[in-house]
Design a protein around this ligand. Structure first.
Ligand code: RAM
Length: 335
């Protein structure tokens, strides 16, 4: 916790936004001795979640002496993701690291990149397994699903209706988490009922509109679970404006800075996340080590620099456990 806090504060100072290149001193080189070029794509550049990932990616690129290209759609757009991947193939980058908006849709472009000798890692949200070398996963899907469902169960005393707001129905991460939320509900909270699942395209305003509709369509709704970061403040704003603060609880996967206000107003009870800067750092470190041959298929453990040794689960490198922010601790975090 202390370590997380120290890191989060340091990372917030290093925050750097936009599409740019960063290259500094270091030692990671591609074959032929030239500097490694790693291309990093978020689901969307406007999402604070990915802006925070990029701060950690910049840190790793600097440490490794790699060239970092950062680009992606402004708002979530799977077709734009494919277009950018095609450009990177033409450019001949060494590694592509991408958070996939549409699991199936992006896999063809990523397979093409691999066929041209470009290494591919996914992070945050996976592609098909044969379209990438490794997936850098923020936490296990069970860990995320169970933490969300246990928080919902605790807040409702194991009874009542809840609804989920997700980003998209094509993103692998959300779909995996949702399976585990449901599995946990069946086993531990059979008296809780999920009445709706609504996508918000990973956009706050759309999440707010969806939450407003959910509140009027479901008079017995007791909790909204928002499983993409912009949806947590979006749902909170809807609950607040409907005058249902406390009567309808809000929890979800979000950034402390986007939710502090609502947590202090008792609109939002729990915010769950991982260290987003560490996710960006780990992604670039793994991308570089994959390109230089230090990380190979079949590894069971990975030496992730300042993050220490991490478990490799098949072809997934797992960052850690999700963390719960609430009224008691949220002010200690700045990201
Ligand atoms: C959103 C993105 C991302 C997800 C987080 C929790 O910002 O959709 O994929 O991991 O929320």
């Amino acid at each position: 916790m202390k370590c997380f806090l120290t890191f989060a504060l340091a990372a917030s100072l290093a925050l750097n936004v936009g599409c740019n290149k960063s290259s500094e001193t270091g030692s990671s080189t591609a074959s032929g001795g030239k500097k490694l070029t790693i291309a990093l794509m978020p689901k969307s550049k406007g999402n604070a979640y990915f802006i925070s990932c990029k701060a950690g990616a910049d840190e790793a690129a600097k440490e490794l002496g790699a060239e970092l290209i950062f680009d992606g759609p402004t708002d979530p757009d799977p077709a734009k993701q494919n277009e950018i991947i095609e450009n990177w193939i033409t450019l001949g980058v060494d590694v592509i690291a991408v958070a996939c908006e549409n699991k199936e849709g992006i896999s063809t472009a990523l397979r093409k990149a691999r066929a041209k000798g470009i290494k591919v890692v996914t992070y945050d949200s996976d592609a098909n397994a044969d379209a990438r070398d490794f997936f850098v996963n923020q936490a296990t899907p069970e860990g995320i699903g169970n933490t969300l469902m246990d928080e919902a169960g605790r807040l409702l005393g194991g009874e009542g209706e809840f609804a989920i707001i997700t980003a998209s129905l094509t993103a692998a991460n959300m779909n995996e988490w949702q399976k585990h939320i449901e599995a946990r509900r069946v086993v531990k909270y059979p008296n809780m009922k999920m009445v709706a699942l609504r996508p918000c395209d990973d956009l706050k305003d759309k999440a707010q509109a969806e939450a407003t509709n959910l509140l009027s369509a479901n008079p017995n709704l007791k909790l909204i679970m928002a499983i993409c970061s912009p949806a947590v403040p979006g749902a909170a704003e809807a609950v607040k404006q409907a005058g249902k603060t406390g009567a309808v609880k809000v929890i979800g996967l979000g950034l402390p800075n986007e939710n502090k206000k609502y947590v202090h107003e008792d609109v939002t009870q729990s915010v769950i996340l991982w260290k987003t800067t560490d996710l960006g750092y780990l992604t670039i470190k793994a991308a570089a080590d994959l390109a230089t041959g230090k990380l190979k298929a079949g590894a069971t453990e990975y030496d992730a620099g300042r993050l220490g040794k991490l478990k490799v689960d098949g072809d997934s490198i797992v960052l850690g456990q999700p963390f719960i922010f609430n009224k008691a601790n949220i002010d200690g975090f700045d990201f």
